[in-house]
Design a protein around this ligand. Structure first.
Ligand code: SF4
Length: 363
């Protein structure tokens, strides 16, 4: 796994954002330039003084935008450079949430540490053509700060796009005019919807009335012409309800940009409830196939996230996206001879090895 946080020592008393540079050719005022490297780590110098980082060779940090927190002695690699075709990174804006999903991968905390100003600075330094994910917690609990950050960055950087994960509960009619602004053409809202049945959706997200509030929120987003990606995590409890959800999506929500059906991540709450929640799609793909067929027949772009290619029947493999970020993706030894590895999402680093190894069939 690629580490996103590294130990550091810094001269600064306050947290700051900087971009690390190994070569000086393209440096600007926000950059910290490599001045020394030995077996203990790399030292960079910038307008906030010196910062020494251990745990990674300097070359692997070149171009990374980092948050240096001197008090806790670490740097957070907010935006990794990494040479991806489309540079994609995710910023965590809050750990507070007003839902308590059964399978939450990032269990919420009660406190909020506001760092919107620092994250805005970081996003302004993103690699050209970046897609920046925003996640939480629930980002729209701080809607005013969130929208300010998005607008500040997009107004200054015409090459950047955002993808915001939100439970969709906090949009109001008064937001329509703002969200209809041209800048929001470069924002996609990723909104979870787990079932057509309100009681089932509410039970999964641990909040009474969530389904109804979500319908209001989706109405606001769609009225504003926003780009919406619906997200449905596959669970043993909503598996057989997929067909009804597909019909709902294609009738009431057919203007969404995409509908992503996602396999469960073995982390957070889901790890403790794995046997209860996990649905092995390779044992029965029927309801998923029917939902995908129905969506496509009615013009809704449906896709699969976190489904290793060889676990999906051949006619549906083209819908399985390489959705797992490189820093938390793994392949098992049985994948070595596979010709499809480049296109495959693989497994989450924390997925049980025995399940992964017994399930793969190299292509
Ligand atoms: S064998 Fe491994 S790399 Fe190949 S499709 Fe299956 S999971 Fe992906």
């Amino acid at each position: 796994m690629i580490p996103l946080a590294l130990q550091s020592i810094s001269e600064a008393e306050q947290p700051f954002v900087t971009r690390l540079r190994v070569a000086t050719g393209t440096a600007d005022a926000a950059d910290s330039i490599l001045v020394a490297e030995d077996i203990d780590g790399a030292t960079f110098a910038g307008r906030n003084g010196l910062v020494s980082i251990s745990g990674s060779p300097a070359a692997a940090l070149d171009g990374d935008v980092v948050l240096v927190s001197s008090g806790v002695g670490r740097v957070e690699r907010l935006l990794r450079a990494g040479g991806l075709e489309i540079p994609t990174n995710t910023l965590l804006v809050t750990e507070r949430c007003d839902q308590l999903c059964l399978m939450c991968s990032q269990p919420p905390k009660k406190t909020h540490h506001d760092r919107f100003a620092l994250l805005t600075e970081a996003a302004l330094l993103a690699e050209p053509g970046s897609l920046i994910g925003i996640t939480g917690g629930e980002p729209t609990l701080y809607k005013a700060q969130l929208l300010d950050m998005i607008e500040t960055v997009l107004a200054a950087r015409s090459d950047v796009e955002f993808h915001v994960l939100t439970n969709g509960q906090h949009f109001e009619d008064a937001d329509v005019a703002r969200l209809a602004g041209a800048l929001y053409d470069r924002v996609t809202w990723g909104v979870p919807l787990y079932a057509r049945q309100a009681a089932l959706h509410d039970r999964i997200v641990g909040k009474k009335g969530a389904f109804d509030r979500l319908q209001d929120g989706l109405a606001v987003l769609l009225s504003a012409g926003c780009r919406v990606e619906l997200r449905t995590v596959l669970l043993s409890s909503n598996f057989t309800a997929l067909g009804e959800l597909a019909r709902y999506v294609t009738t009431r929500l057919r203007f969404v940009e995409a509908w992503s059906i996602m396999q469960l991540e073995n982390v957070g709450y889901a790890r403790k409830r794995w046997q209860e929640l996990y649905l092995d799609h390779s044992a029965d793909f029927g309801p998923i196939a029917a939902a995908l067929d129905h969506a496509h027949l009615h013009g809704v772009e449906a896709q699969l996230f976190n489904f290793p290619l060889c676990t999906v029947p051949a006619p549906y493999r083209h819908l399985a996206r390489p959705s797992i970020s490189d820093w938390k993706r793994k392949f098992v030894p049985e994948c070595s001879p596979c010709a499809a590895r480049e296109r495959c999402c693989g497994f989450f680093e924390w997925h049980p090895d025995d399940e992964a190894r017994s399930g793969v069939r190299p292509l």
